[in-house]
Structures are given as C-alpha cells and as structure tokens.
Design a protein around this ligand. Structure first.
Ligand SMILES: NC(=O)c1ccc[n+]([C@@H]2O[C@H](COP(=O)([O-])OP(=O)(O)OC[C@H]3O[C@@H](n4cnc5c(N)ncnc54)[C@H](OP(=O)(O)O)[C@@H]3O)[C@@H](O)[C@H]2O)c1
Length: 325
C-alpha cells in the first residue's frame, strides 16, 4: 500500500484531533456533573426542554434598592450568569436589578444571561381566580424587569387553598405564556410531590423545568432531589447556606463543613454549595459581599467531595433531622 493512502491528510488529522480533544474535555466535565454551556460560559445543566441553565443562580434578598443594584452588578462581575429575581423582594429591588443588568452590559450582555422572574399567587383559591391572577402578575414581571422575554418564570408557592383545581389554574396561565414563547422555561417553587401531581396528572401538561425548594446540608431531606428527578424536574436549592443570621444557623460556620473544607482549601460555605451541585441539583444563593460572591462561584473545576465526605455531610443532616423530630 503506498504511504500516502495510509496517512490522513494533515487538515483531516488536525480536525480529528480537535474533535477528540473536545469529546474528552466534554466527558471530563460531564463526569463532574457539570456541562459547560457555550451560551453562558459557566457550568450549566440542560433542563427537561433542552434549555441550558447555569447551575449557580444569584438571588437578591429583602435589601434596599441600592444594595440590590450593587449586589447584582457584583454578582455579574463575580461570574454569575443566572439572575433569579423574585417578586418577593419587591418592585424597588427588582427594578434596581434590571438597571444593574443594563449598567453591567459591558461585563455581560443580556443574551448571555439567564434571567428568571417569579409570580406569587398563593392567596388565590379557585381555578379561574388563580388563572387570572397568575396571568396578570406574570405581566407585571415582564414590566418590572423591563423584558420582552424571560429565560424562566417561576411559580413561587402553590395556592394555600383550592386544591388541584387552583394549582391547575396557575399552571394553565404559565403554559399559555410559554406557548406564546415569552419565556424559555416554566418552573415552580415550594411544590411537594402532592402539588406536582396536580400538574403532572393533567394529560399533555408541560412538566415544570425546575422546582426551587429549601434544601441544604441541614434542611430539606435527602430524597428531595430524587423525587423531583423522577419527573425530570431539576431541584434548585434556596437557602443553601442555611439562611441569614440571626435566627438562622449559617452553615458558613459549621464545624464539620469547616473540617471537610480544609481538605480542599475551601470554606465551609463552599462545601455546603458543592454538596448540593454534586447531587445534580442547582443553587440559588444570596450575598451582598463581593468576597462571598466570588467564593460561592468557585466550587467547580477540580473541587470534588469524596464519597466519604458526601456521606459525612448526609449524616450531619440526618442527625439534625432526628434531633428536630
Ligand atoms: N422560593 C422561595 O420561597 C424562597 C424562600 C427563601 C429564600 N429564597 C431565595 O433564595 C435565595 C437565597 O436564600 P437565603 O438568602 O435565604 O439563604 P442563603 O443564600 O443560604 O444565605 C444567605 C446568607 O449567607 C451569607 N453568605 C453568602 N455567601 C456566604 C459565604 N460565602 N460565606 C459566608 N456567608 C455567606 C449572606 O451574607 P452576606 O450578604 O454577608 O454574604 C446571607 O446572610 C435568596 O435570593 C432568597 O430570596 C427563596
């Protein structure tokens, strides 16, 4: 066989090499449970409708508009590409966040950001009332955030009364907004299995892309991620560090998390966040301090908790739950 027919042309060989390198690096990322999204350039997951969502979301708290604005700019500077803007923090804070994103467009443009808004219609109590209120509050979110479209709209809380019919009214409003292509994904928050079944029991219903719930090393219970994953719903953890003191036990000072952090030159807060993402869940974390924002985003690359460390952290949660029973 002549030599030339056995060798690949240089260009083909180079393309093949690049392709193999890409496959290998993608596999390495996937093996770590993180998929690097081309759109956002940060570790992201694929939602059940194919839309990519950055794993780490920055959430505001009940801060003044000035703090909301500065913290949002700082979060973008620190590399957050998922901004979770909640109706609960008030229109002053949400508008300030919208201004922050405009002002910080030199850091990241809107199309390279994943932006979520929320609707809280927990006080509605019938199918029609829940449908109407959810529709009009969703309109307010587009207005307050100054957006034609959002990457995610989240239904924060099922109605306190009205049963499945009330939930179905809320969800019908969301499905219509999704069908009109005004949002790229629709999600829920604080929905337990019973609430989810009210949605999933309707033939042809759109399955929520995510369920944002209270979930941390010490709160929420180990089975939550699995229960949601069974329906291909991503669990997004809120209050992942245990919340804001006083009155809340911040995980940032927990002795077991501090000890595990030392093994990796990481802080207890980073251990708390890594424990969540290593279960293929995503995170919504709040901070108004640049140092904390940078720290909270620095839990990928080579940082991985061992199986023994994950088990030790699970035991911290179990011990706490059994003490509270
Ligand atoms: N869907 C819902 O029903 C629901 C319910 C509750 C909360 N949420 C949302 O979830 C998000 C996060 O929840 P959260 O604020 O309750 O709890 P969290 O994120 O667990 O805790 C926030 C607290 O942790 C501190 N912190 C952040 N990073 C830190 C670090 N690296 N080291 C030490 N301390 C750190 C913050 O203080 P600094 O500012 O000093 O960093 C703040 O006091 C918020 O946007 C909140 O609105 C949603």
């Amino acid at each position: 066989m002549p030599h030339s027919s056995r060798c690949l042309p240089a260009r083909v060989a180079m393309l093949l090499k690049l392709y193999i390198v890409r496959i290998i690096s993608e596999q390495v990322l996937l093996a770590c449970g993180d998929e690097l999204s081309a759109a956002y350039g940060v570790p992201s997951i694929r939602l059940n409708n194919g839309v990519m969502m950055p794993i780490m979301a920055f959430g505001a708290n009940l801060w003044s508009p000035d703090v909301c604005k500065q913290a949002t700019i700082d979060a973008l500077q620190a590399g957050f590409r998922n901004i979770w803007s909640s109706e609960i923090v008030g229109t002053g804070c949400q508008s300030a966040q919208a201004n922050a994103m405009k002002e910080a467009s030199h850091i990241v443009s809107r199309e390279n950001l994943f932006l979520a808004g929320t609707v809280d219609t927990a006080s509605c109590s019938s199918e029609q009332q829940c449908y109407t209120q959810t529709k009009s509050q969703a309109e307010m979110q587009f207005k307050v955030l100054g957006q034609q479209t959002l990457d995610m709209l989240m239904l924060d809380y099922p109605p306190r009364s009205g049963g499945c019919a009330a939930i179905q009214g809320q969800w019908k409003a969301f499905e219509e907004i999704y069908a009109a292509e005004r949002v790229r994904s629709i999600a829920v928050s604080n929905f337990d299995v019973k609430h989810l079944e009210c949605i999933l029991g309707v033939k042809g219903a759109i399955v929520p892309a995510a369920n944002q719930v209270l979930f941390s090393v010490t709160q929420g219970g180990e089975s939550l991620v699995k229960e949601n994953a069974q329906h291909s719903i991503n669990l997004q953890a809120y209050t992942p560090l245990g919340g804001t003191p006083p009155g809340r036990a911040s995980l940032a000072n927990h002795p077991v998390l501090k000890k595990i952090g030392k093994n990796h030159q990481k802080t207890a807060a980073q251990v708390a966040l890594r424990w969540i993402v290593q279960q293929n869940a995503t995170v919504c974390v709040a901070s108004s301090k640049m140092q904390h924002l940078q720290e909270n985003n620095d839990i990928f690359e080579t940082f991985r908790l061992s199986e023994a460390e994950m088990a030790e952290l699970n035991a911290v949660g179990r011990n706490r739950e059994s003490r509270e029973l």
